[in-house]
Ligand binder design. Structure first.
Ligand SMILES: Nc1ncnc2c1ncn2[C@@H]1O[C@H](COP(=O)(O)OP(=O)(O)OP(=O)(O)O)[C@@H](O)[C@H]1O
Ligand SMILES: [Mg+2]
Length: 265
């Protein structure tokens, strides 16, 4: 039986004391799954990913990761925290929130340094991942001077260098050109095929279709309104329209009135 990685039970979370963003959130994720989290702007995708990454803490209910109850207090335990971020890698929606050193090479080496890996191993890991992500030409450049897509690749490298069991990516294809998008999907599919758990938040239905088997659909009221097979969810146009992932509009073209489906990505 696959290991249970994340388990949320009757969880509630808020940013502001007066109103809960999530109420009664229930979710179970097993090792080796490929999951996409779909929802309109503001539906709570990033907030939910941050709960899984122990960057947001629930206030009601229970959140367990790898069988351990996760709380702010638990994450203050240095060894536990290091182990957690060795196992769970998170690529932020906004790369600028992730990159902070003055050289790409140092950025990628930061995680392994924090994990106290031997110096030689750090060098090997960093050089290997730079090669895999084909970013040798960026190695000596300051991350803040890179293009959006280049920053995203560096952010991804800084996570993959630790070879985490769970890879969580927030809008990974946003801002990437078509070749880079395909390359990223191939890379994530390969990682999933060797047992890594992949969780992505996206508006990109194409990414959901090619990469993931399971979809969680968040409504604009921050509720999980679908949890099941990805292909089935993508065929459910009524549901996708209801949660504002696709839209339809009429438009007059020559003498005909057409109904178009607009995909939000
Ligand atoms: N740090 C924060 N403090 C207060 N409110 C926040 C914070 N982060 C997000 N929110 C609010 O929580 C709600 C969900 O935001 P979240 O970023 O999780 O949505 P999202 O589904 O990721 O949206 P998008 O598709 O635009 O990335 C929004 O109403 C947002 O304004
Ligand atoms: Mg978001």
């Amino acid at each position: 039986m696959a290991e249970n990685i994340f388990n949320l039970q009757n969880a509630g979370f808020s940013y502001r004391a007066e109103s809960l963003l999530f109420t009664d959130l229930n979710l179970s994720i097993e090792a080796g799954e490929s999951i996409c989290l779909l929802g309109a702007n503001g539906s709570g995708k990033s907030s939910l990913l941050k709960i899984l990454c122990a960057l947001n803490y629930i206030e009601i209910g229970s959140f367990k990761a790898f069988g351990y109850e996760i709380s702010e207090k638990q994450m203050e335990n240095d060894n536990f925290c290091k182990d957690y971020y060795r196992r769970v890698g998170f690529v932020f929606q906004n790369s600028d929130a992730q990159l902070f050193t003055t050289r790409v090479w140092d950025e990628i080496a930061f995680g392994p340094l924090q994990m106290d890996f031997p110096r030689k191993e750090i060098q090997n890991r960093v050089n290997d991942i730079i090669k895999v992500l084909q970013i040798e030409h960026l190695a000596n450049r300051p991350p803040f001077r890179l293009s959006g897509g280049e920053k995203k690749k560096v952010a991804l490298a800084s996570i993959l260098v630790l070879n985490p069991e769970v890879i969580i990516l927030d809008e990974p294809t946003a801002g990437l050109d078509p070749r880079s998008q395909n390359w990223l999907v191939d890379l994530l599919l390969q990682l999933n095929s060797v047992g890594r758990t992949i969780i992505v938040a996206t508006h990109d239905l194409n990414l959901a279709h090619t990469l993931t088997k399971r979809t969680l659909l968040l409504s604009e009221e921050h509720k999980v309104v679908y949890d099941g097979d990805t292909q089935e969810s993508l065929r459910n146009t009524d549901l996708l329209m209801k949660v504002n992932l696709i839209d339809q509009f009429t438009h007059i073209h020559e003498q005909f009135k057409h109904l178009h489906i607009y995909v939000h990505c």
